[in-house]
Design a protein around this ligand. Structure first.
Ligand SMILES: [Zn+2]
Length: 333
């Protein structure tokens, strides 16, 4: 646990925090730990094991409320009718309430304004924790204590995985391909690695195949996402959670594809093989590096980045993947 959070638990939390850092840097988990640290009644709180801790972790404790935007942003109406009233209620069971605002970057100027007064002087015994990938509007952040989060280093990820009993070769590989994201590293079981290998096979197939191979590859990538989400999701899991998981996987697979072209560029530049993210594919990467002009890996990465942006606007994999694969096919020929 971060020192500043530990201190806040020990001294009593103030009423508003921003946990700011990239996706999967542990902000949400830290917010939950924070709440559990204050509400758990065991010594050495949070114990993670008592009934209070368990209810907080599973999102059903009446004094730890978790908000998400109802649409692409928080609407003024949602802030006024859902969030602000909760901030003025007395705790139901505990001595304190936590209001955790996920994706707080989706507070627009109007909905931020609707929240300001409450952030500044909440009526009840309330702590707000706003989670965001970067800086928030100054009007908001100036009223909060900001706690910065960062991605974990490869060594930290290896240590965390080894502590969970994963053998050191697998931990090392997971750390290399997870891009500093512990959630991805933890998900890299045999099945996920097989899915990743299928994705890394796509560029070579595009190069060898006709345009139809591009369409097939798009369908395959989409199927890989569906398959993985289907195995991960419980039946009662919230629709929104499933969409989040899909988006996360989609981003992960695009990152895998981007890592391929990044490795091709590494080989083309004559850099050391130790820099490769996918050394298992060294021979295929070398063949690709010989076949492609030096401008191609960068162009491919641009296409992939564009696909990510388009998906964020309109999450329909089928459209964007097909366009991406056709573009990569053209690049490979
Ligand atoms: Zn506990």
């Amino acid at each position: 646990m971060k020192l500043s959070i530990r201190r806040a638990i020990d001294q009593g939390p103030s009423h508003a925090y921003v946990f700011s850092g990239p996706p999967a840097s542990g902000k949400y988990e830290a917010a939950i730990e924070f709440a559990a640290g204050v509400l758990c009644e065991s010594s050495g709180a949070p114990c993670r094991d008592c009934e209070i801790c368990r209810r907080i972790w599973s999102g059903v404790h009446p004094d730890v409320l978790i908000f998400e935007p109802e649409g692409t942003s928080y609407l003024v109406e949602q802030v006024r009718s859902e969030i602000v009233p909760e901030a003025s209620l007395a705790p139901v069971e505990a001595a304190h309430r936590f209001l955790i605002i996920r994706e707080a970057e989706r507070l627009n100027p109007a909905s931020s304004n609707a929240l300001l007064k409450t952030l500044e002087e909440p009526l009840g015994n309330v702590t707000f924790v706003l989670l965001a990938p970067g800086a928030l509007l100054e009007t908001i952040s100036s009223r909060c204590q900001v706690v910065a989060f960062e991605h974990m280093s490869p060594d930290e990820i290896i240590a965390a995985l080894e502590a969970q009993g994963i053998d050191s070769d697998a931990a090392r590989r997971a750390a290399r391909i997870s891009g500093g994201r512990i959630d991805r590293a933890q998900r890299l079981d045999d099945e996920a690695l097989a899915a990743r290998d299928r994705i890394l096979g796509i560029p070579s197939r595009l190069r060898a195949g006709p345009l139809a191979a591009a369409i097939d590859s798009a369908a395959e990538l989409k199927a890989a996402v569906e398959e993985q989400v289907a195995t991960e999701s419980d039946t009662d899991r919230h629709k929104r959670e499933i969409r989040r998981a899909r988006g996360e996987l989609f981003a992960e697979y695009l990152d895998a594809l981007a890592s391929w072209y990044r490795d091709v560029a590494v080989i083309q530049s004559g850099a050391d093989d130790a820099l490769l993210i996918n050394p298992e594919w060294k021979d295929q990467l070398a063949a690709e590096a010989r076949a492609l002009p030096h401008s191609a890996p960068l162009a491919a990465q641009d296409f992939i980045a564009q696909t990510r942006r388009d998906w964020a606007r309109n999450p329909r994999e089928e459209i964007w993947l097909e366009r991406l694969m056709v573009a990569l096919h053209a690049l490979e020929h």
